[in-house]
Design a binder for this molecule. Structure first.
Ligand SMILES: [Zn+2]
Length: 133
C-alpha cells in the first residue's frame, strides 16, 4: 500500500464513521481519493521543479530559454519573438525580475566591466585629464 492509499484510507475510515457506506462505496471512494492525493502531490512536485528550473536558468556560461529549453549566451529579443514573446512578457510569464538581465553570468560581468570603462572614458574625455582608477 503506498502513502496515498494509506492517507485515503484514513480519510475514508473517518467518513465511514459518520455515514454508513457499502463496501463498494468504500472501495470506490478509496480509489478516487488515493488518485486525487497522488495528483495533488505530483502537481506540487512539478511546481517545485519548475521553480528550480527558473532559479537555475542563468548560469556561468549559458542562459536557458525556459520556453524551449535551449541554451544561449544571450536570450535575444529575436529569439523570444520566435515564442511570440517580448522580453518583458517572457520575464513576467516566468516570474523573473523586470530588470533581470537575459544573459549568462560571464557576459553580465563583462558588460558591467565595459560600462565601467566607458564611464571612466567619458569622464576623462570631459575633464581632459585622467582620473585615478
Ligand atoms: Zn527558446
Amino acid at each position: 500500500m503506498d502513502e496515498f492509499m494509506k492517507e485515503a484510507l484514513e480519510i475514508v475510515k473517518a467518513q465511514a464513521k459518520v455515514h454508513a457506506m457499502t463496501e463498494e462505496e468504500i472501495t470506490t471512494r478509496l480509489r478516487t481519493l488515493a488518485e486525487l492525493l497522488r495528483k495533488i502531490s505530483t502537481e506540487e512536485e512539478d511546481a517545485r521543479d519548475e521553480q528550480e528550473r527558473v532559479r537555475h536558468s542563468v548560469r556561468e556560461k549559458s542562459i536557458l530559454c525556459l520556453e524551449c529549453g535551449e541554451h544561449f549566451r544571450v536570450l535575444t529579443k529575436r529569439h523570444l519573438a520566435l515564442h511570440g514573446l517580448e522580453p518583458e512578457e517572457y520575464k513576467a510569464k516566468w516570474g523573473l525580475d523586470r530588470d533581470a538581465p537575459l544573459a549568462c553570468r560571464a557576459l553580465q560581468r563583462e558588460r558591467r566591466r565595459r560600462m565601467r570603462e566607458l564611464r571612466l572614458w567619458e569622464r576623462r574625455g570631459k575633464n581632459g585629464k585622467e582620473l585615478p582608477a
